[in-house]
Ligand binder design. Structure first.
Ligand code: IPE
Ligand code: IPE
Ligand code: MG
Length: 252
């Protein structure tokens, strides 16, 4: 198994301009594990396992580049619809991933945050995730957000309810319900909006991922299936991002 490396050089496939215009927050929909497994005549669980190898490389590269925040979509609120066997394999991968990566991540100063409803996960997974968050809470390096049992609509509904509770308790008035107030009740409170959204495998949809945070994100859809997605593909997406003209509704 490939381990974390340190002191990596500036990527050759990323030119100076792209390096100067890196996104502050990258979000990735890691899609295509199932198709990868099928193409290799393997069980879908092996596709997910191979996907975690890609994930390790992509986290490392994000950290090397000095990008501030990375949010990855690991399991959606809709992914419970998959077979019990596949869900179990994904749950096991959570344990394996943290067992093998948490020391290195912590050493690198990565701060881990889980986006999503942890309480609905099996107790072991819940504990491991909470432990990873607690252990890395005061780290000041890359912010690694892992969307797990996450749904954008669920997140927004939860935020609305939390605001309503505060109004009901008399802590907040209706005028206080602003975009900032709502953003402050999201899992990503205090973090910048997503600048670049990458979805691998050629699919071009959001699948309930960060609808609020991606309001002005640039979207890039590489063809590679997630287990095949390389650091060079990632650099290419960053290069594309740097070439985009972001207007935010204005007329520059
Ligand atoms: C994405 O890969 C990983 C998760 C949803 C957890 P898929 O399993 O969705 O891969 P495809 O879309 O079937 O190829
Ligand atoms: C989104 O991918 C969820 C994750 C990558 C974790 P899906 O493969 O579940 O999305 P759909 O069903 O194709 O929209
Ligand atoms: Mg998929």
């Amino acid at each position: 198994m490939q381990r974390w490396l340190t002191g990596r050089q500036t990527p050759k496939s990323l030119d100076k301009d792209a390096f100067a215009a890196l996104p502050r927050h990258v979000a990735i929909i890691m899609d295509g594990n199932g198709r990868w497994a099928k193409a290799h005549r393997l069980n879908v669980a092996m596709g997910h396992r191979q996907g975690t190898e890609t994930l390790r490389e992509i986290i490392r590269h994000t950290d090397d580049l000095g990008i501030g925040a990375l949010t990855i979509y690991a399991f959606s609120t809709e992914n419970w619809r998959r077979s019990a066997e596949e869900v179990a394999a994904l749950m096991q991968l959570i344990l394996d991933f943290f067992a093998s990566e948490i020391d290195e991540l912590d050493e690198k100063g990565v701060r881990i945050l889980i986006l999503g409803e942890k309480d609905a996960l099996p107790p072991k997974q819940r504990d491991v995730l909470t432990e990873a968050e607690t252990r890395t809470a005061s780290n000041t390096g890359l912010r690694l957000n892992i969307a797990l049992n996450y749904g954008g609509r669920a997140e927004l509904t939860r935020a609305a309810r939390r605001l309503a509770e505060k109004v009901q308790a008399g802590e907040l008035s209706l005028e206080d319900i602003t975009e900032d107030a709502l953003g402050g009740e999201l899992y990503t409170a205090g973090q910048p909006d997503v600048d670049l959204l990458i979805r691998t495998s050629g699919e071009m949809r959001l699948s309930n991922f960060l609808p609020w945070q991606c309001a002005y994100a640039e979207f890039v859809f590489p063809e590679a299936l997630w287990p095949d997605f390389t650091v060079a593909d990632y650099d290419e997406a960053l290069q594309v991002f740097a070439s985009r003209n972001r207007r935010f509704g204005g007329r520059p």
